[in-house]
Design a protein around this ligand. Structure first.
Ligand SMILES: [Zn+2]
Ligand SMILES: [Zn+2]
Length: 334
């Protein structure tokens, strides 16, 4: 099969990603083989390829096929894999497998599993024509959602949904989302759905336009956010989705006393005494949360903004993403 193979850790411009032919994987007894129809391109794919996730043991192997927001069709079913038939439309999220026995798995927080395996980071992912996944970690797509539109529900969608819950967003709060990319444009919608007044913050006019199209109450540049907080009060919650230390620092500076800064990117953040606010981390979500997101999207409460590229174009897409030139989500199609 054709696949994009990350062969080494390096800057994307130095071509660590190679479009090549590899053998099609065989499903283990508990797995299904999925013919990939669409795979989203995530900033964390770039972080992995460029070595910024090494401290977390990612990638766990090299070479590796990246890609962790995947939709497709069941092609083959392992002997003990249950619940699917050939041809079923499914998706795979970042959480590829857990041990099912640790304290986190047993307490409804399987996204924190100590032995979790993540798609395209620990095992091969969706930048390919085929991939395997445990049947138990594969999600059925609602009939009314297309492969391309639903692919990014499997990372930005669930990441944003879990983050909004982690940030405890409530009716009537003011929530600023810094960085209206793949995750940011979903966080904005979930915050609005939770009843918050939403403030979209980005440097790109196209992304601010997208924010307005999906219902942001305010769409501001970073400079305008400073003035906005003086005139209108500080946000109760600031969600940082822009991969920039400056964005992190702005959030820490502007969050309301007692508020929450949700860290959706790598960056340095700390609380200085005598300040009082919380810095909250959030990482992907559980299978139940994934099912919630699919249901919410299928009834039209959130929508994904996406554009389609060929699988062979992955390197270019990642470079564009790095340059901030992708609006909404880029989706690779084999
Ligand atoms: Zn992702
Ligand atoms: Zn576990």
């Amino acid at each position: 099969m054709k696949a994009q193979l990350c062969t080494r850790i390096d800057k994307i411009e130095n071509h660590p990603l190679i479009y090549t032919t590899v053998s099609t994987p065989n499903p283990q007894p508990d797995q299904v083989l999925i013919k990939v129809k669409a795979c989203g391109v995530c900033y964390s794919n770039l972080h992995m390829i460029e070595g910024e996730l090494k401290q977390f043991g990612v990638p766990a192997k090299l070479p590796i096929i990246p890609g962790h927001e995947v939709t497709g069709v069941i092609e083959e079913i392992g002997a003990q894999a249950k619940g699917y038939e050939k041809g079923d439309r499914v998706g795979v999220q970042v959480l590829w497998k857990t041990d099912g026995t640790c304290e986190f798995c047993l307490s409804g927080r399987e996204n924190l599993c100590l032995k979790r395996q993540t798609t395209g980071e620990v095992v091969d992912g969706g930048y390919a024509e085929y991939m395997v996944a445990p049947a138990a970690f594969t999600h059925r797509l609602p009939d009314n959602l297309g492969f391309e539109e639903s692919a990014s529900l499997f990372c930005p969608g669930i990441t944003a949904y879990h983050a909004i819950k982690r940030a405890n967003v409530r009716v009537g709060q003011k929530v600023a989302v810094i960085g209206i990319g793949g995750v940011g444009h979903m966080s904005l919608q979930f915050a609005k759905l939770a009843g918050a007044e939403t403030i979209a913050v980005d440097t790109s006019e196209a992304k601010l336009q997208l924010a307005q199209d999906i219902g942001a109450d305010h769409a501001l540049t970073a400079v305008e956010l400073d003035k906005f907080t003086v005139d209108n009060g500080r946000p109760d919650v600031i969600m940082v989705h822009a991969p920039s230390q400056r964005a992190v620092e702005q959030a820490l500076r502007l969050v309301k006393r007692g508020g929450i800064v949700l860290m959706g990117v790598c960056g340095d953040a700390s609380v200085q005494f005598p300040e009082e606010y919380s810095i909250v981390g959030s990482v992907i979500g559980t299978r139940q949360e994934m099912n919630d997101v699919l249901k919410i999207a299928s009834i039209g409460k959130v929508r994904v903004d996406w554009s389609v590229y060929r699988l062979s174009e992955a390197e270019n897409v990642l470079i564009k993403l790095k340059q901030g030139k992708i609006v909404g989500r880029a989706i690779l199609v084999p």
